[in-house]
Design a protein around this ligand. Structure first.
Ligand SMILES: Nc1ncnc2c1ncn2[C@@H]1O[C@H](COP(=O)(O)OP(=O)(O)OP(=O)(O)O)[C@@H](O)[C@H]1O
Ligand SMILES: [Mg+2]
Length: 319
């Protein structure tokens, strides 16, 4: 638990992350994600409870915790006035890595993050995506077994986001344990083995991405017919695929639960064969908002009620 004055920012958040897996902490602004990460990375002392990282307790053994982990915070930590290479050298030096090893590691990481050519530019000249990558590269300089990433892709364009996801998948494949926070359901979906959903400092749901999406309601396939007179015929066609067809006569739409893109192409082909003219056909996926709506019955908001709770633990990765 973490209190700021009489405000409880994190309350009863408890989880464990098996080595070599990815935990996604999903939640809206102010949910308590960064506060939880700060407690797990020794940057902030819990008001009560504790966390163990790589088997080490954040309170009893903070140095061992720091040696076990890397952190890429929400705000960039690299020095803007230094080049990419200089940043790596500086942080590597702080970890006491020898000169030769540091040089090799630096080039290896710059290469891995496609920054070899940009390595001698000052970070001030980097794009947003390059900054996130150098941040990540710097936090990996000591090859930590556990990596914390606080909203690693916020502000990145879809292309840079995908690139970063690939890099992270590579790290996990090589054995890194990852704890990442995100506001994007899709990001947690893409990367995480398990997700904890945090709202107003509490875990309101947890499970695999699939379990959560099922809770949030499946995706729907929405067909808009051109002529209202075709609604019933379209319904008959759709019922060969699914039982549940919801018709909105006013909007000329038919909505059915859908598993994925395969359903979309199947329905498109069937409607085409039957000669029914359609204006639009599309998949609608549950969003983070839908998850919150279905979990809490209200939209995610920032109103927090302060509660008193005694023993609470935030448990991190233990290898
Ligand atoms: N040092 C502090 N002093 C007082 N209140 C704080 C402090 N740090 C965080 N808080 C409050 O604790 C709550 C949780 O903040 P936190 O930064 O952990 O949220 P978050 O989930 O990381 O949000 P975001 O997605 O915006 O980064 C917020 O209401 C915030 O205002
Ligand atoms: Mg945050």
């Amino acid at each position: 638990m973490k209190r700021f004055g009489d405000f409880t920012a994190v309350d009863g958040v408890s989880f464990s992350v098996p080595a070599g897996t990815v935990l996604g902490m999903l939640g809206p602004n102010g949910a308590g994600k960064t506060t939880t990460v700060r407690m797990m990375t020794t940057l902030s002392a819990p008001t009560s409870g504790t966390a163990r990282i790589n088997g080490f307790d954040v309170h009893d053994d903070p140095d061992a915790v720091r040696r076990s982990m890397g952190l890429t915070g929400q705000a960039a930590t690299v020095d803007e006035l230094l080049t990419g290479r200089e940043n790596m050298r500086m942080i590597g030096g702080l970890y006491g890595i020898g000169r030769k090893a540091l040089k090799e590691r630096t080039e290896q990481l710059l290469h891995q993050f496609s920054l070899t050519d940009a390595g001698d530019k000052t970070v001030r000249e980097y794009s947003g995506g390059m900054r996130r990558r150098i941040d990540l590269a710097v936090s990996l300089i000591a090859a930590p077994p556990v990596l914390f990433l606080d909203e690693p892709t916020t502000g990145l364009d879809p292309h840079s986001r995908n690139e970063l996801w690939d890099v992270l998948r590579g790290l996990v494949a090589a054995g890194t344990t990852l704890v990442l926070t995100t506001q994007y359901l899709e990001e947690a979906d893409q990367l995480a083995d398990r997700i904890v959903v945090i709202d107003a400092g509490r875990i309101i749901a947890e499970g695999t991405p699939l379990e959560l999406k099922t809770q949030a309601g499946a995706a729907s396939l929405i067909t808009t017919v051109t002529h209202p007179a075709d609604l019933q015929a379209a319904r008959t066609v759709l019922r060969t695929v699914v039982d549940d067809v919801f018709i909105d006569e006013h909007a000329r739409t038919l909505t059915v639960p859908a598993g994925g893109l395969a359903d979309l192409t199947r329905v498109a082909a069937l409607l085409d064969e039957s000669g029914i003219a359609i204006d639009d056909l599309g998949l609608s996926r549950p969003s983070l908002d839908d998850v919150f709506l279905s979990l809490t019955g209200h939209k995610a908001d920032r109103t927090v009620t302060t509660t008193d709770s005694d023993s609470v633990s935030e448990e991190g990765a233990s290898a």
